[in-house]
Write a protein that binds this ligand. Sequence first.
Ligand SMILES: [Fe+2]
Length: 401
Amino acid sequence: MSQTITLENTEPQDVRIKAPAIDQQIEAIIKTEFKSAYVHSQSLLPKDVPNGSDPEGLKRLPESTRKRFDDAGIDISKGYPHVPNKKDIPIFLDEAFEIRNKEFPYIERGLNADPEKKALFGAAKQVINLTKKIGTEIVGLQLSDLNDKQKDELALLVAERVVTPRVPNLDGVIVIWQDYRFNTLTYKNNNYGNFGKFGGFGTQTWHTDLVHEFQPAGITHLHNDAIPELGGDTIWSSEYAAYDKLSPALQKFLDGKEAIYVSAHGYLDRDDPFSGPKKVERRHPIVRTHPATGWKALFVNRSMTKSIVGLEPPESDVILNYLFSVFEKNADIQVRFNWKSTKPGYGTSAIWDNRISIHSTVWDHEGLEPRHGTRVTSLAEVPFFDSKSKSQREALGLPLN
Ligand SMILES: [Fe+2]
């Protein structure tokens, strides 16, 4: 028996049979037929990402991680708790863009802090500045024991020193498990990183986390509970110090300008789904003012800053590539941190501020030893540029030339 499907609205309502919209069909195909849980980016098309708890992942779980999960009471009876269910992951660009797409209240805790940080420093065994411009290590404190005053002072310390590695333990929620990803994703065609002949091992592309958000990432905590015996370091580079490296003329040119920032993951354009994954784009100031310090930061990174608003593409490319190189080539504005725990059997935590830093991971262990961690990222204020704000060197009274 044949059946007529009429898409035009000329028949009475009760006899029309509506075909599902094309985007609903595509969404259903992706969520039910593809093994992939998400589209990721143009060059990263995972075919075998598991869905929900993953028993296979559990088999490869590092021993120290398993112990940490057990100690924290995390249920791993059904598998490794890594991958969100496919139904919860947006397929289309407009859905992804709408996530957290309106302002929510943000309280800058660093503004409440005692500038001398007496409560925090007084409780620590040792406070060690790792380089002149970036990185301070605090010895002898448990994050979970800090009172509100000490937490405010820690927020200000991170805002000033950009990163505080080796702060002891807090539980995290986002998984950083590169070995796991290498088994499910391919980095072979990634043009950004320096991966070399090992196809996935080398140096991660410099980036800042979650710049495509309406209110991008602020203070971020990473706890690595499995790390290689040697290697697997993270490098951070300071956005305050990068801004201070520029000539006054270039600083003036960039002050008040905006750039386009893109997401790490790609999604389909509902109006043009067969053109492939596209990234969420967001516009932010290219020089932003940190609300706690009032200092200017050069808010760009190679992975996710796409273009400078108002410039022709070749002009934007030349300037952005120069700005990226300032971060990447100047070791005096970087700090490199080895995560090896000072206490055998335990992990190591670091806290950094994504508003004022970019970072990269060194995968020199070539996947031969496990590296696993969890990350918690807070989202901060809507980025702003205050034309009256100063650079770090200006504010600290350091020579400008
Ligand atoms: Fe990152």
